[in-house]
Design a protein around this ligand. Structure first.
Ligand code: PMT
Length: 403
Protein backbone atom coordinates (compact mmCIF):
# COMPACT_ATOMS: atom_id res chain seq x y z
CA UNK A 1 0.00 0.00 0.00
CA UNK A 2 1.34 3.45 -0.85
CA UNK A 3 1.64 5.78 2.10
CA UNK A 4 2.25 8.84 -0.04
CA UNK A 5 0.73 11.94 1.54
CA UNK A 6 0.71 10.38 5.02
CA UNK A 7 2.80 11.58 7.94
CA UNK A 8 3.81 9.08 10.59
CA UNK A 9 5.20 10.32 13.88
CA UNK A 10 7.50 7.69 15.36
CA UNK A 11 8.34 7.85 19.06
CA UNK A 12 11.40 5.82 20.01
CA UNK A 13 11.85 5.00 23.68
CA UNK A 14 14.82 3.50 25.50
CA UNK A 15 15.15 -0.21 24.83
CA UNK A 16 17.50 -2.49 22.95
CA UNK A 17 14.80 -2.92 20.26
CA UNK A 18 15.35 0.75 19.28
CA UNK A 19 17.69 -0.49 16.56
CA UNK A 20 14.72 -2.26 14.90
CA UNK A 21 12.84 1.07 14.77
CA UNK A 22 15.44 2.20 12.24
CA UNK A 23 14.06 -0.37 9.80
CA UNK A 24 10.51 0.83 10.49
CA UNK A 25 11.54 4.31 9.31
CA UNK A 26 13.26 2.89 6.25
CA UNK A 27 10.22 0.82 5.24
CA UNK A 28 7.81 3.72 5.78
CA UNK A 29 9.97 6.05 3.67
CA UNK A 30 10.13 3.45 0.88
CA UNK A 31 6.32 3.44 0.84
CA UNK A 32 6.25 7.21 0.46
CA UNK A 33 5.33 8.27 4.00
CA UNK A 34 6.84 11.36 5.61
CA UNK A 35 8.34 10.30 8.94
CA UNK A 36 8.97 12.53 11.94
CA UNK A 37 10.94 11.01 14.81
CA UNK A 38 10.97 11.90 18.48
CA UNK A 39 13.46 10.04 20.67
CA UNK A 40 13.44 9.97 24.44
CA UNK A 41 16.73 10.74 26.14
CA UNK A 42 17.15 7.04 27.01
CA UNK A 43 16.54 6.00 23.40
CA UNK A 44 19.54 8.07 22.28
CA UNK A 45 21.74 5.80 24.45
CA UNK A 46 20.84 2.87 22.15
CA UNK A 47 20.80 4.49 18.69
CA UNK A 48 22.05 7.92 17.67
CA UNK A 49 19.57 10.53 16.41
CA UNK A 50 21.77 10.89 13.32
CA UNK A 51 20.76 7.40 12.14
CA UNK A 52 17.07 8.32 12.26
CA UNK A 53 17.70 11.80 10.85
CA UNK A 54 19.47 10.33 7.83
CA UNK A 55 16.71 7.84 7.09
CA UNK A 56 13.79 10.17 7.83
CA UNK A 57 15.53 13.01 5.99
CA UNK A 58 14.29 15.27 8.76
CA UNK A 59 15.70 16.52 12.07
CA UNK A 60 15.01 14.26 15.02
CA UNK A 61 13.52 15.82 18.13
CA UNK A 62 15.07 14.47 21.29
CA UNK A 63 13.95 16.74 24.09
CA UNK A 64 11.70 19.74 24.65
CA UNK A 65 14.59 22.02 25.54
CA UNK A 66 17.71 20.50 24.05
CA UNK A 67 18.87 20.89 20.42
CA UNK A 68 16.70 23.93 19.62
CA UNK A 69 18.70 24.46 16.45
CA UNK A 70 17.19 21.32 14.93
CA UNK A 71 13.75 21.74 16.39
CA UNK A 72 11.88 23.71 13.80
CA UNK A 73 8.44 22.55 14.90
CA UNK A 74 6.73 22.84 18.25
CA UNK A 75 5.35 19.67 19.84
CA UNK A 76 1.85 20.87 19.10
CA UNK A 77 2.64 21.17 15.40
CA UNK A 78 4.05 17.65 15.42
CA UNK A 79 0.94 16.43 17.20
CA UNK A 80 -1.27 18.08 14.56
CA UNK A 81 0.82 17.08 11.57
CA UNK A 82 0.69 13.34 12.24
CA UNK A 83 -1.85 11.07 10.54
CA UNK A 84 -0.69 8.35 12.90
CA UNK A 85 1.58 8.18 15.94
CA UNK A 86 3.61 5.04 16.58
CA UNK A 87 5.76 4.24 19.60
CA UNK A 88 8.31 1.55 18.82
CA UNK A 89 9.78 0.28 20.98
CA UNK A 90 7.35 1.21 23.73
CA UNK A 91 8.76 0.65 27.21
CA UNK A 92 6.69 -0.08 30.33
CA UNK A 93 7.52 3.48 31.34
CA UNK A 94 5.94 5.16 28.30
CA UNK A 95 2.85 2.92 28.58
CA UNK A 96 2.47 4.04 32.20
CA UNK A 97 2.94 7.69 31.24
CA UNK A 98 0.41 7.43 28.43
CA UNK A 99 -2.12 5.71 30.70
CA UNK A 100 -1.71 8.43 33.34
CA UNK A 101 -1.53 11.35 30.91
CA UNK A 102 1.93 12.39 32.09
CA UNK A 103 3.72 14.92 29.89
CA UNK A 104 7.27 15.44 31.10
CA UNK A 105 9.29 15.24 27.91
CA UNK A 106 8.90 15.91 24.20
CA UNK A 107 7.42 12.50 23.34
CA UNK A 108 4.87 12.25 26.14
CA UNK A 109 3.87 15.90 25.65
CA UNK A 110 3.29 15.37 21.94
CA UNK A 111 1.36 12.14 22.43
CA UNK A 112 -0.89 13.76 25.03
CA UNK A 113 -1.68 16.59 22.61
CA UNK A 114 -2.28 14.58 19.46
CA UNK A 115 -5.68 13.63 18.08
CA UNK A 116 -4.11 11.13 15.68
CA UNK A 117 -4.59 7.38 16.25
CA UNK A 118 -1.83 5.79 18.30
CA UNK A 119 -0.13 2.43 17.73
CA UNK A 120 2.35 1.04 20.25
CA UNK A 121 4.84 -1.80 19.85
CA UNK A 122 5.77 -2.81 23.39
CA UNK A 123 9.21 -4.24 24.15
CA UNK A 124 10.30 -5.15 27.63
CA UNK A 125 11.26 -7.96 29.98
CA UNK A 126 8.53 -10.61 30.48
CA UNK A 127 8.21 -9.79 34.16
CA UNK A 128 7.55 -6.15 33.33
CA UNK A 129 5.02 -7.03 30.60
CA UNK A 130 3.10 -9.37 32.90
CA UNK A 131 3.26 -7.07 35.94
CA UNK A 132 -0.18 -6.08 37.25
CA UNK A 133 0.59 -2.39 36.79
CA UNK A 134 1.52 -2.85 33.13
CA UNK A 135 -1.53 -5.04 32.51
CA UNK A 136 -3.76 -2.33 33.97
CA UNK A 137 -2.06 0.37 31.88
CA UNK A 138 -2.50 -1.71 28.71
CA UNK A 139 -6.18 -2.19 29.55
CA UNK A 140 -6.65 1.56 30.06
CA UNK A 141 -4.92 2.33 26.76
CA UNK A 142 -6.85 -0.31 24.81
CA UNK A 143 -10.07 1.09 26.29
CA UNK A 144 -9.09 4.48 24.88
CA UNK A 145 -8.58 3.05 21.42
CA UNK A 146 -4.79 2.75 21.45
CA UNK A 147 -3.78 -0.08 19.10
CA UNK A 148 -1.10 -2.64 20.02
CA UNK A 149 1.19 -4.68 17.81
CA UNK A 150 2.95 -7.41 19.78
CA UNK A 151 4.84 -8.03 21.90
CA UNK A 152 5.94 -11.43 20.67
CA UNK A 153 7.18 -14.34 22.72
CA UNK A 154 10.72 -15.63 22.44
CA UNK A 155 14.27 -15.10 23.60
CA UNK A 156 14.74 -11.62 25.09
CA UNK A 157 17.90 -9.52 25.20
CA UNK A 158 17.97 -9.83 28.99
CA UNK A 159 18.36 -13.61 28.65
CA UNK A 160 14.79 -14.47 29.68
CA UNK A 161 12.37 -16.31 27.43
CA UNK A 162 8.74 -15.18 27.24
CA UNK A 163 6.46 -12.41 25.98
CA UNK A 164 8.11 -9.03 25.60
CA UNK A 165 10.01 -9.04 22.29
CA UNK A 166 9.10 -6.18 19.97
CA UNK A 167 7.30 -7.21 16.77
CA UNK A 168 9.37 -7.26 13.62
CA UNK A 169 9.50 -4.00 11.59
CA UNK A 170 7.54 -5.67 8.76
CA UNK A 171 4.64 -6.44 11.13
CA UNK A 172 4.74 -2.96 12.64
CA UNK A 173 4.56 -1.38 9.19
CA UNK A 174 1.68 -3.72 8.24
CA UNK A 175 -0.18 -2.60 11.38
CA UNK A 176 0.50 1.03 10.41
CA UNK A 177 -0.87 0.40 6.91
CA UNK A 178 -3.99 -1.28 8.32
CA UNK A 179 -4.74 1.69 10.57
CA UNK A 180 -4.10 4.28 7.87
CA UNK A 181 -6.23 2.26 5.47
CA UNK A 182 -9.02 2.00 8.07
CA UNK A 183 -8.82 5.77 8.56
CA UNK A 184 -10.13 6.12 5.01
CA UNK A 185 -12.83 3.44 5.03
CA UNK A 186 -15.65 5.75 6.14
CA UNK A 187 -14.33 8.92 4.49
CA UNK A 188 -17.33 11.03 3.40
CA UNK A 189 -19.83 8.72 5.11
CA UNK A 190 -22.36 10.43 7.39
CA UNK A 191 -22.79 8.52 10.63
CA UNK A 192 -25.15 9.45 13.44
CA UNK A 193 -24.58 7.96 16.90
CA UNK A 194 -26.82 8.38 19.93
CA UNK A 195 -25.42 8.02 23.45
CA UNK A 196 -26.34 8.44 27.07
CA UNK A 197 -29.50 8.56 29.15
CA UNK A 198 -32.55 10.78 28.87
CA UNK A 199 -34.33 12.44 31.77
CA UNK A 200 -38.09 12.62 32.26
CA UNK A 201 -38.98 15.22 34.85
CA UNK A 202 -41.78 14.89 37.39
CA UNK A 203 -41.02 18.36 38.74
CA UNK A 204 -38.15 20.85 38.28
CA UNK A 205 -35.78 18.90 40.54
CA UNK A 206 -36.71 15.20 40.17
CA UNK A 207 -36.62 12.93 37.17
CA UNK A 208 -36.70 9.37 35.82
CA UNK A 209 -33.45 8.22 34.20
CA UNK A 210 -30.99 5.31 33.98
CA UNK A 211 -27.30 4.51 34.45
CA UNK A 212 -26.07 5.11 30.90
CA UNK A 213 -22.68 6.86 31.00
CA UNK A 214 -22.38 7.42 27.25
CA UNK A 215 -19.23 5.22 27.07
CA UNK A 216 -20.65 2.82 24.48
CA UNK A 217 -21.98 5.51 22.15
CA UNK A 218 -18.86 7.65 22.55
CA UNK A 219 -16.63 4.68 21.68
CA UNK A 220 -18.61 4.20 18.45
CA UNK A 221 -18.48 7.92 17.63
CA UNK A 222 -14.70 7.98 18.20
CA UNK A 223 -14.08 4.86 16.15
CA UNK A 224 -16.22 6.23 13.28
CA UNK A 225 -14.37 9.55 13.46
CA UNK A 226 -11.04 7.69 13.30
CA UNK A 227 -12.24 5.91 10.14
CA UNK A 228 -12.81 9.28 8.50
CA UNK A 229 -16.60 9.46 8.91
CA UNK A 230 -18.53 12.70 9.28
CA UNK A 231 -19.95 11.96 12.73
CA UNK A 232 -22.98 13.54 14.39
CA UNK A 233 -23.19 12.57 18.04
CA UNK A 234 -26.53 13.11 19.73
CA UNK A 235 -26.02 12.82 23.43
CA UNK A 236 -28.33 12.83 26.36
CA UNK A 237 -27.07 12.88 29.95
CA UNK A 238 -23.62 11.34 30.25
CA UNK A 239 -20.71 11.10 32.65
CA UNK A 240 -17.97 9.90 30.26
CA UNK A 241 -15.57 12.21 28.43
CA UNK A 242 -17.20 13.59 25.27
CA UNK A 243 -15.10 12.90 22.13
CA UNK A 244 -13.61 15.66 19.99
CA UNK A 245 -13.91 15.95 16.26
CA UNK A 246 -17.63 15.18 16.04
CA UNK A 247 -20.72 17.36 15.57
CA UNK A 248 -22.38 17.42 18.96
CA UNK A 249 -26.11 17.80 19.61
CA UNK A 250 -27.16 17.79 23.27
CA UNK A 251 -30.61 16.68 24.36
CA UNK A 252 -32.37 16.02 27.65
CA UNK A 253 -35.66 14.11 27.30
CA UNK A 254 -36.65 11.23 25.03
CA UNK A 255 -38.87 13.68 23.12
CA UNK A 256 -35.80 15.93 22.53
CA UNK A 257 -33.83 12.90 21.35
CA UNK A 258 -36.71 11.91 19.06
CA UNK A 259 -36.86 15.43 17.56
CA UNK A 260 -33.09 15.61 16.97
CA UNK A 261 -32.72 12.09 15.57
CA UNK A 262 -35.74 12.16 13.27
CA UNK A 263 -34.75 15.61 11.93
CA UNK A 264 -31.24 14.48 10.97
CA UNK A 265 -31.71 10.78 10.17
CA UNK A 266 -32.84 11.24 6.53
CA UNK A 267 -29.46 12.73 5.56
CA UNK A 268 -27.41 10.01 7.32
CA UNK A 269 -25.80 6.97 5.70
CA UNK A 270 -25.77 5.10 9.01
CA UNK A 271 -27.62 5.60 12.28
CA UNK A 272 -26.34 3.77 15.37
CA UNK A 273 -28.55 4.08 18.44
CA UNK A 274 -26.63 3.26 21.60
CA UNK A 275 -28.54 5.74 23.78
CA UNK A 276 -30.75 4.54 26.59
CA UNK A 277 -33.88 6.66 26.26
CA UNK A 278 -36.53 6.41 28.95
CA UNK A 279 -39.47 4.34 27.69
CA UNK A 280 -41.91 6.18 29.96
CA UNK A 281 -42.48 9.77 31.06
CA UNK A 282 -44.79 11.42 33.58
CA UNK A 283 -48.15 12.20 32.07
CA UNK A 284 -48.17 15.42 34.10
CA UNK A 285 -45.14 17.42 35.14
CA UNK A 286 -45.37 19.82 38.06
CA UNK A 287 -44.05 23.34 37.46
CA UNK A 288 -43.01 23.54 41.13
CA UNK A 289 -41.22 21.12 43.42
CA UNK A 290 -43.78 18.61 44.68
CA UNK A 291 -44.18 18.93 48.44
CA UNK A 292 -44.16 15.89 50.70
CA UNK A 293 -47.63 14.87 51.89
CA UNK A 294 -46.90 13.17 55.22
CA UNK A 295 -48.25 9.63 55.38
CA UNK A 296 -49.90 9.90 51.95
CA UNK A 297 -48.76 7.71 49.05
CA UNK A 298 -47.88 9.66 45.95
CA UNK A 299 -49.22 8.26 42.68
CA UNK A 300 -48.11 9.14 39.18
CA UNK A 301 -49.33 8.02 35.81
CA UNK A 302 -46.61 7.24 33.27
CA UNK A 303 -47.14 7.28 29.53
CA UNK A 304 -44.99 5.83 26.76
CA UNK A 305 -42.36 8.00 25.12
CA UNK A 306 -42.07 7.91 21.32
CA UNK A 307 -40.04 5.03 19.92
CA UNK A 308 -37.19 6.79 18.11
CA UNK A 309 -35.60 3.77 16.45
CA UNK A 310 -38.98 2.61 15.15
CA UNK A 311 -39.64 6.06 13.63
CA UNK A 312 -36.22 6.06 11.93
CA UNK A 313 -36.91 2.50 10.76
CA UNK A 314 -40.17 3.57 9.12
CA UNK A 315 -38.31 6.26 7.15
CA UNK A 316 -35.37 4.02 6.21
CA UNK A 317 -34.17 4.69 2.69
CA UNK A 318 -32.43 2.14 0.44
CA UNK A 319 -28.75 1.79 1.25
CA UNK A 320 -29.10 3.38 4.69
CA UNK A 321 -27.77 1.24 7.54
CA UNK A 322 -29.71 1.26 10.82
CA UNK A 323 -28.27 -0.24 13.99
CA UNK A 324 -29.99 -0.50 17.34
CA UNK A 325 -29.06 -1.86 20.74
CA UNK A 326 -31.07 -4.09 23.02
CA UNK A 327 -30.39 -3.80 26.74
CA UNK A 328 -31.89 -6.86 28.41
CA UNK A 329 -31.70 -8.65 31.74
CA UNK A 330 -33.40 -11.87 30.59
CA UNK A 331 -34.32 -13.70 27.35
CA UNK A 332 -31.67 -11.64 25.55
CA UNK A 333 -31.94 -13.15 22.07
CA UNK A 334 -35.72 -13.49 22.07
CA UNK A 335 -36.31 -9.87 23.12
CA UNK A 336 -33.63 -8.52 20.82
CA UNK A 337 -35.10 -10.41 17.83
CA UNK A 338 -38.42 -8.67 18.38
CA UNK A 339 -36.73 -5.25 18.50
CA UNK A 340 -34.72 -6.04 15.36
CA UNK A 341 -37.96 -6.64 13.44
CA UNK A 342 -40.20 -3.97 15.00
CA UNK A 343 -37.61 -1.20 14.50
CA UNK A 344 -36.67 -2.28 10.95
CA UNK A 345 -32.96 -2.45 11.86
CA UNK A 346 -30.17 -3.95 9.73
CA UNK A 347 -28.74 -5.42 12.88
CA UNK A 348 -29.09 -5.11 16.62
CA UNK A 349 -26.39 -5.23 19.27
CA UNK A 350 -27.87 -7.25 22.09
CA UNK A 351 -26.24 -6.85 25.51
CA UNK A 352 -27.28 -8.60 28.68
CA UNK A 353 -26.76 -5.70 31.07
CA UNK A 354 -26.96 -7.96 34.14
CA UNK A 355 -23.67 -9.69 33.23
CA UNK A 356 -20.48 -8.48 34.96
CA UNK A 357 -18.39 -6.47 32.49
CA UNK A 358 -21.37 -5.68 30.26
CA UNK A 359 -23.83 -2.85 29.81
CA UNK A 360 -24.14 0.36 31.78
CA UNK A 361 -21.27 2.46 33.03
CA UNK A 362 -18.40 -0.01 32.54
CA UNK A 363 -15.51 0.14 30.06
CA UNK A 364 -16.23 -3.29 28.56
CA UNK A 365 -19.20 -5.00 26.99
CA UNK A 366 -20.41 -8.43 25.88
CA UNK A 367 -22.73 -8.39 22.90
CA UNK A 368 -24.36 -10.56 20.27
CA UNK A 369 -25.08 -9.13 16.82
CA UNK A 370 -28.43 -10.25 15.45
CA UNK A 371 -29.49 -9.75 11.87
CA UNK A 372 -31.26 -11.55 9.03
CA UNK A 373 -27.96 -13.43 8.63
CA UNK A 374 -28.20 -14.93 12.12
CA UNK A 375 -26.39 -14.56 15.44
CA UNK A 376 -22.80 -13.38 15.89
CA UNK A 377 -21.69 -13.48 19.54
CA UNK A 378 -18.81 -11.17 20.44
CA UNK A 379 -16.44 -11.81 23.39
CA UNK A 380 -15.98 -9.68 26.51
CA UNK A 381 -14.01 -6.76 25.11
CA UNK A 382 -13.47 -3.03 25.56
CA UNK A 383 -16.29 -0.83 24.30
CA UNK A 384 -13.85 0.57 21.76
CA UNK A 385 -13.09 -2.91 20.40
CA UNK A 386 -16.83 -3.64 20.19
CA UNK A 387 -17.29 -0.29 18.43
CA UNK A 388 -14.74 -1.40 15.81
CA UNK A 389 -16.69 -4.66 15.30
CA UNK A 390 -19.94 -2.71 14.91
CA UNK A 391 -18.33 -0.40 12.33
CA UNK A 392 -16.94 -3.37 10.39
CA UNK A 393 -20.53 -4.65 10.15
CA UNK A 394 -21.84 -1.22 9.16
CA UNK A 395 -19.12 -0.75 6.52
CA UNK A 396 -19.84 -4.16 5.03
CA UNK A 397 -23.49 -3.15 4.57
CA UNK A 398 -22.92 0.32 3.09
CA UNK A 399 -23.28 0.37 -0.69
CA UNK A 400 -19.90 0.46 -2.41
CA UNK A 401 -17.93 -0.10 0.81
CA UNK A 402 -16.03 -3.13 2.00
CA UNK A 403 -14.73 -3.49 5.58
O1 PMT B 1 -23.79 4.34 28.03
P1 PMT B 1 -23.09 3.17 28.68
O2 PMT B 1 -22.91 3.36 30.16
O3 PMT B 1 -21.79 2.83 27.99
O4 PMT B 1 -24.05 1.88 28.54
C1 PMT B 1 -24.24 1.29 27.29
C2 PMT B 1 -25.70 0.87 27.09
C3 PMT B 1 -26.04 -0.25 28.07
C4 PMT B 1 -26.65 2.04 27.31
C5 PMT B 1 -25.80 0.36 25.61
O5 PMT B 1 -24.93 -0.73 25.43
C6 PMT B 1 -27.21 -0.07 25.25
O6 PMT B 1 -27.61 -1.20 25.42
N1 PMT B 1 -28.03 0.90 24.73
C7 PMT B 1 -29.47 0.69 24.46
C8 PMT B 1 -30.24 0.94 25.73
C9 PMT B 1 -31.74 0.79 25.50
O7 PMT B 1 -32.47 1.75 25.60
O8 PMT B 1 -32.10 -0.42 25.11
P2 PMT B 1 -33.64 -0.86 24.82
O9 PMT B 1 -33.56 -2.32 24.65
O10 PMT B 1 -34.52 -0.33 25.88
O11 PMT B 1 -33.97 -0.14 23.46
C10 PMT B 1 -33.78 -0.75 22.19
C11 PMT B 1 -33.35 0.26 21.15
O12 PMT B 1 -34.40 1.21 20.95
C12 PMT B 1 -32.12 1.05 21.51
O13 PMT B 1 -31.34 1.22 20.34
C13 PMT B 1 -32.67 2.39 22.00
O14 PMT B 1 -31.75 3.47 21.73
C14 PMT B 1 -33.95 2.52 21.19
N2 PMT B 1 -35.04 3.24 21.85
C15 PMT B 1 -35.46 2.94 23.11
C16 PMT B 1 -36.51 3.65 23.66
C17 PMT B 1 -37.17 4.63 22.89
N3 PMT B 1 -38.18 5.34 23.38
N4 PMT B 1 -36.76 4.87 21.64
C18 PMT B 1 -35.73 4.18 21.10
O15 PMT B 1 -35.37 4.42 19.96
Amino acid sequence: MSLRGKTVLLGVTGGIAAYKAVEVVSRLRKQGAAVRVIMTKNATEFVTPLTFETLANHPVVTDTFARPETWDVAHISLAKEADLCVVAPATANILAKLAMGLADDMLSTTLLATKAPLLVAPAMNTGMWTAEATKRNVEILRGRGVRFVGPEGGFLACGDTGAGRMSEPKEIVEAIEAILHASETLRGVKVMVTAGATREHMDPVRFLTNESSGKMGFAIAEAARDRGADVTLIKGWTTAHVPDGVKLVEVSSTQDLYDAVTALAPEMDAVIQAAAPADYRFRETSGQKIKKQKGEPLTFTLEETPDIAAAVGRGKRPGQVLVGFAAETEHLIEHAQKKLASKNLDFIVANDVSQPGAGFNVDTNIATFLSAEGENPRPLQSKRALAEDILDEVTRRLPGKDA
